[in-house]
Write a protein that binds this ligand. Structure first.
Ligand code: MN
Length: 232
């Protein structure tokens, strides 16, 4: 069915927006593929495993990349420009054609490479560190950004923050789910944020669905600022 769906163009790319916590401005979006079914849209999580097992992730990944680049060209102009994030699976990442596919998609759509950021998971990076580094350096050569997806859930080796040319980490939604109430989640997210900031890496929180989650960072900083004031 997946093979047929690819032949019949039965997929759709939707976008999860990204906002700057301090300004509230829309700063970009992540492309997420959906499968059109008679009963509605099927989320990627329900068919990505099968796409990977069957190798169909490669044509599917190419489709998503191209469609997302096309769509991003239609987004309003902003300063700084809106970032497009596209997920790259382990198989795509290891495939020899990835860098050319990325360069082609950008060229076909006329999208500035600096606006595209590819997301890879920690697991992908740990499989073949040297190969991953080579691929990342070639991608950096094309001018695209690189992000570590689902940060904190895989083999969270701090070494790769140093080894790989990473522009952003995406804090896994399981940690964001507990904000602002869960002490451990707050501690982990704060630590990741401060580490990334020190390394000049962007931090993106995945799965922010409630205003308290969105404001967790701001509230914490305000509290810290008022505590500092009261000590003075
Ligand atoms: Mn992602």
């Amino acid at each position: 069915a997946l093979r047929d769906a690819l032949a019949h163009d039965d997929f759709l790319v939707q976008y999860q927006p990204e906002f700057d916590v301090s300004s509230g401005h829309w700063v970009g979006a992540e492309a997420l593929v959906r499968w059109r079914q008679p009963q509605g849209l099927m989320a990627a999580g329900e068919f990505i495993d099968i796409a990977e097992q069957s190798g169909l992730i490669l044509p599917l990944g190419r489709y998503v990349l191209l469609q997302a680049c096309r769509d991003a060209c239609q987004w309003p102009e902003r300063d700084p420009p809106l970032t497009l994030r596209v997920n790259v699976s382990a198989q795509q990442f290891d495939a020899p054609g990835l860098v050319d596919d990325v360069a082609d998609a950008l060229a076909i759509c006329g999208l500035d490479p600096g606006r595209l950021c590819l997301e890879v998971t920690e697991t992908t990076l740990m499989q073949d560190t040297r190969g991953a580094l080579r691929t990342m350096e070639r991608l950096k050569g094309v001018g695209v950004g690189l992000a570590v997806d689902d940060f904190g859930t895989g083999y969270s080796s701090l070494a790769y923050l140093k080894t790989f040319p990473i522009d952003a980490v995406k804090v896994d939604r399981s940690f964001i789910a507990g904000l602002p109430g869960e002490r451990f989640d707050v501690a982990l997210v704060t630590a990741i944020r401060e580490l990334a900031q020190a390394l000049e890496i962007d931090v993106v929180a995945e799965g922010v669905e409630r205003t308290e989650q969105r404001d967790a960072d701001r509230v914490r900083r305000l509290r810290r600022a008022s505590a500092a004031r009261s000590r003075r």
